[in-house]
Design a protein around this ligand. Structure first.
Ligand SMILES: Cc1ncc(COP(=O)(O)O)c(C=O)c1O
Length: 428
């Protein structure tokens, strides 16, 4: 592989990535060497893994850290008085520090470990639900992942709050002009995706956060996709809550984080009860630990936190601007290679989108397309992508999705386009 072929000085930056950070050489071979799974074959062909938006592959430092913990230094965390308990607690809390640095949170006290973004949103919704009144409004958008719709639907069903949806434009971005008009005195929460997992559209959260603040509403950003591709600074964003998952960030499953502004976290009631989240317990009274431990009842995902921390430390040592340019080039290359295909409809066409290519093939079900691509070793996702309202908005029941990550190559983008063109010939 010729690494110079993977330099992309002319590619525009993604939203949020400074153009000054470009151009830079990008050593794709060195990156790929950190992901052992990428050397495997699928159906007799080299694996082309284009499903990272669903879950990314695992980086070697993450694997090493988890194995090290299991083989050398493992125990339950907190309140241990022996060496292994202390070492494991240190490793667990060091992982929290890594997450803190990754999103530039002011303090690790503002990072709650959860089992993923889904649990983080459920935590916020369930806790806020205790304070909301019938008729209060929660504002999401039509492009949200179900993880950022259903916890709020629970409050509609159980508390009589009103769930409102910002509309989505034909290009797959949230229509902020219309959406901002929905923010009013009854709005209590505005919860939006920072980057769509279907259209790749990147939200500019600033006007939303400013408008929500004027009416005293809390803001939550679902950063599951954005945080993988953009440098995220929660202090600069100014949102109240930011949620994301470890398994999309080259780390393990079963771990994610809720960032909260200090006063926003302080007003949340505990979500689950159990060990480690209390101050003291009596027969007739209870007091709670301070955040973040207040929200981490029971034995936490210790190994997963340690592995995730190592994955984030690795990612933070990479050139994020160069990664963003590389991913954008992969997306652009696929689109260019497929540009003459009048049977292809791309869902999401905003120019500054992330490297997610959702598409519909005329005359073919998305599941069949994905299965045919798999024959060529190309892994893409097909279905609703947990975004049924958005599928309805686009008038489709499902779509296929190729999502690119830092470890994909231009050759893989070509292999995907070639395989798709061949797959289409089965339906023509
Ligand atoms: C935008 C978005 N939000 C939320 C989620 C849910 O994340 P998890 O399943 O890791 O909790 C996903 C996962 O695909 C996602 O893409």
């Amino acid at each position: 592989m010729n690494p110079t072929a993977l330099r992309h000085p002319e590619e525009p930056a993604l939203a949020g990535v400074s153009k000054d950070a470009l151009p830079r050489p990008f050593d794709i071979a060195a990156i790929r060497a950190q992901f052992p799974i990428l050397s495997r074959q699928v159906n007799g062909r080299p694996l082309v893994y284009l499903d990272s938006a669903a879950s990314s592959q695992k980086v070697q430092p993450c694997i090493d850290a988890m194995v090290h913990s299991m083989t050398h230094s493992y125990s339950n965390v907190h309140r241990g008085l022996h060496t292994l308990a202390n070492e494991t607690t240190e490793a667990y809390e060091a992982a929290r520090e890594s997450v803190t640095r990754f999103v530039n949170a002011p303090s690790s006290r503002q990072i709650v470990f959860t089992k993923g973004a889904t649990e983080a949103i459920n935590l916020v919704a369930a806790s806020l639900g205790l304070q909301l009144q019938p008729g209060d409004e929660i504002l999401v958008s039509e492009l949200e992942h179900h993880a950022n719709i259903i916890p709020w639907h629970f409050l509609r069903e159980r508390k009589g709050v009103v769930l409102r949806f910002m509309p989505v434009r034909d290009d797959g971005s949230i229509d902020l002009e219309a959406g901002l008009k929905l923010i009013g005195p009854k709005t209590k929460v505005v919860a939006l995706s920072h980057m769509s997992n279907v259209t790749g559209a990147v939200l500019d959260p600033a006007p939303v956060i400013a408008a929500a603040r004027t009416v005293g509403a809390l803001t939550l950003l679902d950063g599951c996709q954005a945080v993988v591709h953009l440098p995220v600074d929660v202090q600069a964003l100014g949102c109240d809550f930011y949620v994301f998952s470890g398994h999309k960030l080259f780390g393990p499953t079963g771990i994610g984080a809720l960032y909260g502004r200090e006063d926003a976290l302080a007003q949340l009631a505990p979500y689950q009860g159990g060990g480690e989240m209390i101050g003291s317990v009596a027969m007739d009274a209870i007091s709670y630990a301070d955040p973040p431990h207040r929200f981490e009842a029971g034995t936490p995902p210790i190994l997963e936190a340690v592995g995730w921390g190592a994955a984030l430390d690795w990612l933070m040592a990479q050139d994020r601007g160069a990664i963003a340019a590389h991913e954008h080039a992969l997306y652009a290359r696929s689109v260019e290679r497929l540009s003459g295909c009048n049977w292809l409809r791309i869902l999401g066409t905003t120019p500054d989108k992330g490297a997610i290519l959702s598409f519909e093939v005329e005359g073919a079900h998305a599941h069949d397309v994905a299965q045919l691509l798999d024959r060529y070793g190309v892994a893409v996702r097909a279905g609703t992508h947990c975004a049924e309202p958005l599928m309805r908005r686009f008038g489709v029941t499902s779509s296929a999705r190729a999502s690119f990550a830092l470890y994909n190559t231009l050759e893989e983008a070509d292999a995907f386009a070639d395989a798709l063109i061949k797959a289409r010939s089965f339906f023509a």
